[in-house]
Design a protein around this ligand. Structure first.
Ligand SMILES: *Cc1c(COP(=O)(O)O)cnc(C)c1O
Length: 452
């Protein structure tokens, strides 16, 4: 063996999460109550979240202890391996060093259980018996199903109908871990019934499934709601990714010039990049962070930075974020995890202020990158992850052009073993670039009521 490809840290995992709110030059804008439009306080959120998570949501403490019980479950797959992508580097002929953090080694196959386990733990401790949530592609639903299974909580998942039909094995996985899965829209909630009355054949959307899950939780005292991305506490839990990377890169005496991740709600991007942005804020490091999104759902590159709802039925607090409008229904591209109209307020603010850059790619180039990766590194990426790979390859080729021996780190957010239909379509030449029309974005944004 000439080159050591896997870099594992010492057996130890980080014992604390990193809270970037402690290092921001300004506090981010608060969420607003959807009815009064006043800043949402703990009372607005306590109907659906446990106090421990509400405290983390607004905390300005830099380091937050990871509970022992959470570390115990993390240890099933963490620390996750960091790889040096030697084969990909060779195939590209780039002088750049490319590293990827493999979050696909978790039982559900993505980074999502990093927060699912923490959320299930704090809800269990607060005496909650049941969690409700939504899932698009099925990654988040399976992560929460696994976490609830470990903490003895019931788990109800509203799965966007189109995915429910297209990805039956994600549902099987959730049910194996004991969750109840419904195709959204359902006739179990007001929001679901309203949609079915308007369109009995609705294929659903993430924004609508969120409305159903929030309504479910708000209506039952034994039930809370869990969100898989966007919120500050979710991003906090994901920072274990970047914290591990820092330790692992120290072992090989390297440090990234570029940190890259795909961005749906922003949690895996935050997870890998916030611990490095810590260095940028505190030690003036010059690294660049790149968020990658699909051209079909260009939230950061074409959306507007404004207050908007997180869901179709306007049940959630208003968040200050980049958004395409809460009634935006994205085209049915295969990267289901990147089809959300909004983005995390923290990621949005950092993007607005130039600490994070954003790029958007079409599906064809993204799948081409996925195939290149599978044929060099051997691992099959989720379509979401392939967006990060596409950007990493592009940056590596820019380094080749410039003869620059830069270091690129990207997050391998999940494997694509449940996405083989998408690969079939690509290999059969059926994947086409879909760009979301600017007129529709403008229309959706214009329909947002002015909030000030
Ligand atoms: C959910 C998901 C994403 C997108 O969510 P973020 O919150 O932006 O990280 C990306 N990749 C995979 C594999 C996912 O499951």
């Amino acid at each position: 063996m000439k080159e050591r490809k896997i870099i594992l840290a010492e057996k130890e995992m980080p014992k604390q999460w990193y809270n970037i709110q402690a290092d921001l030059p300004y506090p981010i804008q608060p969420p607003l109550n959807p009815v009064t439009r006043q800043p949402a306080g703990p009372d607005d959120l306590s109907a659906i979240f446990p106090m421990a998570l509400i405290e983390q949501e607004v905390s300005s403490e830099r380091w937050i202890d990871i509970p022992e019980e959470v570390l115990d479950i993390y240890s099933l797959w963490r620390p996750s391996p960091l790889y040096r992508a030697y084969s990909l580097e060779k195939a590209l002929g780039t002088p750049a060093h490319i590293y990827y953090k493999h979050e696909g080694v978790s039982p559900p196959g993505s980074h999502k259980p990093n927060t699912a386990v923490a959320q299930a733990y704090y809800n269990k401790k607060a005496g909650i018996k049941r969690l409700s949530t939504e899932t698009g592609a099925g990654q988040w639903g399976s992560a929460l199903a696994l976490a609830c299974n470990y903490f003895g909580l019931e788990c109800t998942v509203y799965m966007v109908k189109v995915s429910y039909q297209q990805k039956p094995y994600r549902r099987s996985l959730m049910e194996t871990w004991g969750a109840n899965v419904f195709a959204s829209p359902t006739d179990l909630t007001e929001s679901g019934r309203a949609m079915l009355a308007r369109d009995p054949d609705s294929i659903g959307s993430l924004g609508l499934a969120i409305s159903e899950a929030v309504e479910d939780a708000a209506g039952r005292p034994d039930t809370n709601y869990a969100l898989g991305s966007v919120l500050n506490h979710v991003l906090l839990h994901q920072t274990i990714i970047g914290l591990e990377c820092k330790e692992q890169l120290k072992l090989v005496n390297d440090y990234p010039d570029f940190v890259i991740a795909c961005c749906g709600g922003g949690s895996n991007l935050a997870g890998i990049s916030f611990p490095f942005l810590h260095d940028k804020f505190n030690d003036d490091k010059s690294l660049r962070v790149i968020a990658v999104e699909p051209k079909a759902c260009p939230t950061l590159t074409k959306g507007t930075f404004t207050y908007d709802y997180g869901d179709v039925a306007k049940h959630t607090p208003l968040l200050m974020m980049y958004t395409l409008g809460h009634d935006f229904i994205p085209p049915g591209i295969h990267a289901g995890g990147l089809r959300y109209h909004g983005a995390s307020p923290l990621v949005s603010q950092l993007c607005k202020d130039g600490f994070i850059e954003a790029r958007a790619y079409g599906q064809e180039g993204v799948f081409e990158a996925a195939i290149t990766f599978a044929r060099t590194e051997g691992i099959l990426p989720a379509p979401e992850t392939a967006h990060a790979i596409k950007a990493a390859i592009d940056v590596a080729l820019e380094c080749k052009e410039a003869g620059a021996e830069k270091t690129i780190l990207f997050n391998f957010s999940g494997h694509g073993h449940f996405d083989l239909t998408a690969y079939d379509d690509y290999l059969a030449g059926k994947i086409k670039d879909v760009e979301y029309p600017q007129e529709l974005i403008d229309e959706s944004i214009a329909s947002l009521e002015k909030i000030s």
